[in-house]
Design a protein around this ligand. Sequence first.
Ligand code: MSP
Length: 655
Amino acid sequence: MSRFFVTTPIFYVNAKPHLGHAFTTILADAMTRFHRLMGDEAFFLTGTDEHGDKIAKASDEAGQSPKEYADQISGLFRALGPMLGAKPDHFIRTTDPEHIKTVQKVLQKVYEAGDIYFGEYGGHYCFGCERFYTEKELVDGMCPDHKTRPEYIAEKNYFFRMSKYQAWLIEHINQNPDFIRPARYRNEVLSLLESGALEDLCISRPKSRLTWGIELPFDQDFVCYVWFDALLNYVSALNYPRGEKFKKFWPANHIVAKDILKPHAVFWPTMLKAAGLAPYQSLNVHGYWLVRDTKMSKSLGNVVEPKQMVDAYGTSAFRYFLLREMAFGSDASFTEEALVGRLNADLANDLGNLFNRVLSMTHKYFEGKVPSPTAETEEDAELKRLGRDAMRNFQGHFAEFRTARALESLWELVRALNKYIDTSAPWTLFKNKDKARLGTVMYMLLEHMRKIAVHLWPVMPEASVKMLEQLGCCFDLDKVNLAKEPEVWGLLDSGLAVLQTSNLFPRVEVPEPAPPAALEVETPKAPAAEPKKKAPPKAPEGPVGPADSIEFADFQKLDLRVGTVLSAAKHPDADKLLVVQVALGDPEPRQIVAGLADRFSPEDLVGKQVVVVANLAPRKLRGIQSQGMILVAKDAEVTRLLTAAGTVDDGGKVA
Ligand code: MSP
């Protein structure tokens, strides 16, 4: 039996889980399920990264101890899996005593082997990245990722002789084409390694500067650099060195996004080599989820919360969209309109209709029982060939993390089945009393639908089980052999009772796009500004309010905040617009383009406290980016700024 060990990065506990974390978790879960279906023994690891500057700072700001703070946020990440229908086999925390012991053991081992030494170093330190940058790596003197100026720090520290393993790493990558994939990231790493001498890695922080970390076993005045600590989670979780799990499951298949390519592609394999461990099996690098082509960030207020999407559309649909939409290795853009578009096209129209039509015909023509097939025609043979290819392609792509292409392949079969219904016209066969042919046609459809449902288990476990139940089958992982599915025929027993309708994938309303901010300001219907409206139609339970009432939860989605106007100026290209900078308690002021110029001069606004919708999706108004909306109150004659009755700290919530 083959083994498959898959990991997500362990997530920092300085912010709540968002769409990006959800995606990596879903991908890892889907890969685990896929391998289990293929008959492999699989182990899925995720967890949280809890030491270092970032967490120490965040806990400080929250007025909590780092451990209290980490406990709280780590809990949110632990709950993320179940919320997404994902089932990790282990959730590791870098504050787990077993992990700490393992890190110290590895440090001692590498130190004794002579690959850790004490030296002096001066460098540009970015607190966001928790790493030193060389001059060459900075862009205009700024951290390329955080766009902030790093601090120059010179201090004595411990160093890992990473440079010693440069030649070995280049050779290993060259000899193992799947070590880093897709190829663009492999090439990126190779060109980085080949562009010059690799530097040694600073792996300690003096306690005078940071205490929240794992103490070096050979010097109590230092803690371990957070990346050296965090990467080791992948083996400490398997109880390295003696654990059965380690013997069974190492080497790993790691999943990361492109943001942490270098630590995984350079630090980690050289650390493994120095510690005498086998390199990991593969590093699978996916792109970034953007929101309307903009990077997600707290200060832009465009962070997509996975829970909101799951509540609105369900886990199966959300998982399907993410795995279908992101081409492996490339960035993808998340919008609720795109999500709804896919659900309606692929799930409601293609798959949902197929199930609804075939189940209802089975009831009409065969009293709801799977009929027995008879002789097959050339058209049937052609359909089977197409199905075989679609399933083989699905499996080939999926095994290499290309879930979007895998699903695209499977949908060729879904669409072919819908077409087959039209060309074979079961209603005519029924009218002509051709029961033998009708039985074959219906069996062709039902058996292929079973195959599709099984293939979809990694992507949409819940919906897959329901689809199988609708076909009278019950899902049993031990009995499925996915690898054989393209080749075998006839596993659906004739005589099984199928459901009459499916209704698994109802059509979803397209959420209304937000009207332009300038107009919203003129007609301040605050709830209508909320772009995420609703999901599948649900039958109302109990008494209902006025036709356009909203739930409290809908109101809570609005992030209304008080802020002070720092500056305001006329928009260069629009008479009615003002470009306003508002202090909202974030490090940077918020720029809002507001349609207020015909009632307020810039001077009227500066210094005033206003109420802002802070989580409105960003958009450009006449070429200038606007990230929010200023609220006003108005009647037939006057328009007044909405403000608090007394002074409130900038960023104060309106609740
Ligand atoms: N703690 C480190 C990882 C240590 S692993 C030994 C870390 N944590 S993180 O919380 O910042 O998580 C980064 C990872 O979250 C990315 O590599 C990716 O898996 C996921 N994502 C975060 N934002 C993302 C997007 N916008 N899009 C897709 N995934 C991204 O780095």
